[in-house]
Design a protein around this ligand. Structure first.
Ligand code: FRU
Length: 508
C-alpha cells in the first residue's frame, strides 16, 4: 500500500528492523565464543506502530557497525500481552541449573524480561541452548511478582564482590528503582530502593554498571534511568547518576542529575553484557512523542550507534570540573569512498568549504577542531556553520544545519525541512542547542572546540569535544532526498580557524 522509503531514509549502519516496529534495545550481550554482538529489541512484526502481541526481535553484528537480522526470539503467551524490556546475562557457572556441560560457558544465555499482561507486569526468565537464537521459558515463571501493573524493565548483572546476581527494575509510577539480589536468577530478594533526578511521568529502563575514569585506575558506578514523558526537551530522555554500589545499595556521590544526550532521539539506553573489555551501549534513536508517526516504511525506528563509555572530569564552567560520561562512537570496517581534508584553514564569508563527492551513499562523517579568534567586522552573532545538503540540486536542495555561535558560546542544530509535512508535527522539535566549555585553550586564551558528526540517511549523531557532550537527532527529508554534500562556512571573516578538518563519504 504505502511506498517503501528505504532507499532514501533507512540508515545504513544504524540498526533497523527490515519490517515492523522497533523500540527499546533489550538483552544486549557479547558472545565471547563466536565474537558476535547480539541485540534484541521491543518488536512488533505485524505493524509499524507499537502494539501487542509484542516480541523480542533479534539482530547480531560482528563489528557493531554491520547488523544482520535473525528470527524473532521471544513472544508472549497471548495476543494482548507483550514481552517487554529486559536484559540478558551469561550464566557461566550455571547458577540457574538450566545448562549442562554441552553448552559452552560463554553461551549460557539467560534472558530476564517483563511479561506484561492486562492484569500484571512480572519479571520472567527464559534460557537459550543455541547461543541466543531460540529461548525456552522457565516453567515456574514469574520469578518476581509484586502484584503491580507498573513493574518492569529488569537489567541484570553479576556482582563478583558479593557473589550474586543484581537486578535493577522499576516500580515505574512510584519512581523507585528497586535493587534485587539472587544466587540463581530464580529467587530474588529486595535489597533497596533508589529515587533521584527528574521524575517525568514515569521511570523506565534502568541500568547500573561500573565505568572506568580515564587516565586513572579508578571507576565509579553509574545508574542509568529513562523517563517518559517529561523530558525538559519534551517526551523521552535518559539521565544518569554517579556513585558507589556495595551489592545492596546505590549511593549517589552528589545530588546532580546528568543527561546523556542533548538531542531528542536517544532513549532506553542499555549496556552490553559479557564484554569485559569496555563499557559499550546503545539507545533507541526515537522519542515516544512522535515515534509512531515518523515517515518511514515498512519499518519504524533505528538504534543509535554503539558507543564506548568512560568517565572523566570535564569543565562545567571555568572554575569547576565534574565527572562526566564520555561517549565515543564505535565504527568498524567502513569504506571511505571520498574525503576532503584541510588544516589551519581560516574561514571567510565568501569562501566556504564544500564537498564534491561523486557518489551519494547518505553516510558521511566530519571531524573538526577549530579556534575561535577575535576576527573582524561587527556581526552581533558570528557563526561557524555546517550545512548538510541533500543530493538534489539548486532550489530543491534540502538541508539540516548545525554550528557554533560565538555570541552565546553554544552549538546549535536545526533539522527543519519545511517541505516535509511530518516535520510540522508540534512535538518534532526542530531546534536544539547545547553549551559546552572549550575543549582547551590555545595560547593567548583562544578557545578551541571540537565537533565530530556522523550522518546516516535520517539520523545525525554529534559528539562535541571528544564526546563530553552528544546530541542525537533523526530528521526527515522529502521523498528521494538524503544527505550528500557538506558545506562549512561562516558569516564573518577571519574568526574561525579550522585547525583540522576531515569530511568523509563512507559506505558499508
Ligand atoms: C520504554 C518502554 C518500557 C517497556 C517497553 C514496552 O520505552 O515503555 O518501559 O518495557 O517500552 O515496549
Amino acid at each position: 500500500t504505502e511506498q517503501d522509503t528505504s532507499a532514501y531514509n533507512r540508515p545504513l549502519i544504524h540498526l533497523t528492523p527490515n519490517v515492523g516496529w522497533m523500540n527499546d534495545p533489550n538483552g544486549l550481550f557479547y558472545d565471547k565464543k563466536t565474537s558476535l554482538w547480539h541485540a534484541y529489541y521491543q518488536y512488533n512484526p505485524n505493524d509499524t506502530i507499537w502494539g501487542e502481541p509484542l516480541y523480542w526481535g533479534h539482530s547480531s553484528s560482528k563489528d557493531l557497525t554491520h547488523w544482520e537480522e535473525h528470527q524473532v526470539a521471544i513472544g508472549p503467551q497471548n495476543d494482548d500481552e507483550g514481552i517487554f524490556s529486559g536484559s540478558i546475562v551469561i550464566d557461566h557457572n550455571n547458577t540457574s541449573g538450566f545448562f549442562d556441560e554441552s553448552i559452552d560457558k560463554d553461551q549460557r544465555v539467560v534472558a530476564i524480561y517483563t511479561n506484561s499482561t492486562p492484569k500484571t507486569q512480572t519479571q520472567d526468565i527464559a534460557y537459550s541452548l543455541d547461543g541466543g537464537e531460540t529461548f525456552t521459558k522457565y516453567d515456574k515463571n514469574p520469578v518476581i511478582d509484586v502484584n503491580s501493573t507498573q513493574f518492569r524493565d529488569p537489567k541484570v548483572f553479576w556482582h563478583g564482590d558479593t557473589d550474586q546476581w543484581i537486578m535493577v527494575v522499576l516500580k515505574s509510577q512510584e519512581y523507585k528503582i528497586q535493587i534485587f539480589g539472587s544466587r540463581d536468577l530464580k529467587t530474588w530478594d529486595l535489597h533497596s530502593n533508589f529515587t533521584s533526578g527528574y521524575l517525568g511521568n514515569q521511570y523506565e529502563c534502568p541500568g547500573l554498571i561500573k565505568i572506568p575514569i580515564e587516565n586513572t585506575n579508578e571507576f565509579k558506578w553509574v545508574m542509568f534511568l529513562a523517563i517518559n514523558p517529561g523530558s525538559p526537551n519534551g517526551g523521552s530522555t535518559n539521565q544518569y547518576f554517579i556513585g558507589d554500589f556495595d551489592g545492596f545499595e546505590f549511593k549517589q556521590d552528589d545530588s546532580v542529575t546528568r543527561f546523556m544526550d542533548a538531542g531528542k532521539d536517544f532513549y532506553a539506553f542499555q549496556t552490553f553484557s559479557d564484554n569485559e573489555k569496555d563499557v559499550v551501549g546503545l539507545a533507541w534513536a526515537s522519542n515516544w512523542q512522535y515515534a509512531n508517526v515518523v515517515p518511514t516504511n515498512p519499518w519504524r525506528s533505528s538504534m543509535s550507534l554503539a558507543r564506548k563509555y568512560t568517565l572523566d572530569y570535564v569543565h562545567q564552567n571555568a572554575e569547576t570540573k565534574i565527572l562526566t560520561l564520555i561517549q565515543t562512537p564505535i565504527l568498524n570496517n567502513l569504506n571511505v569512498t571520498d574525503k576532503v581534508e584541510k588544516s589551519n584553514h581560516l574561514l571567510t564569508k565568501n569562501n566556504t568549504i564544500i564537498t564534491d563527492f561523486g557518489s551519494s551513499t547518505g553516510l558521511l562523517d566530519f571531524n573538526t577542531t577549530f579556534k575561535v579568534l577575535q576576527g573582524s567586522g561587527s556581526n552581533s552573532s558570528p557563526k561557524l556553520e555546517i550545512l548538510i545538503h541533500s543530493q538534489a540540486s539548486n532550489s530543491s536542495t534540502e538541508s539540516i544545519k548545525l554550528g557554533f555561535d560565538t555570541s552565546v558560546s553554544a552549538f546549535y542544530f536545526n533539522r527543519d525541512i519545511p517541505k516535509v509535512e511530518f516535520n510540522s508535527n508540534p512535538y518534532f522539535t526542530n531546534k536544539f542547542s547545547t553549551y559546552v566549555e572549550p575543549a582547551h585553550y590555545f595560547e593567548n586564551d583562544i578557545p578551541v572546540y571540537k565537533i565530530y558528526g556522523i550522518v546516516d540517511k535520517n539520523i545525525i549523531e554529534l559528539y562535541f569535544n571528544d564526546g563530553t557532550q552528544t546530541m542525537t537527532n533523526t530528521f526527515f527529508m522529502s521523498e528521494g532526498n538524503y544527505p550528500h554534500q557538506i558545506e562549512i562556512g561562516s558569516n564573518v571573516d577571519g574568526q574561525f580557524e579550522l585547525q583540522s578538518l576531515l569530511v568523509r563519504e563512507l559506505n558499508k
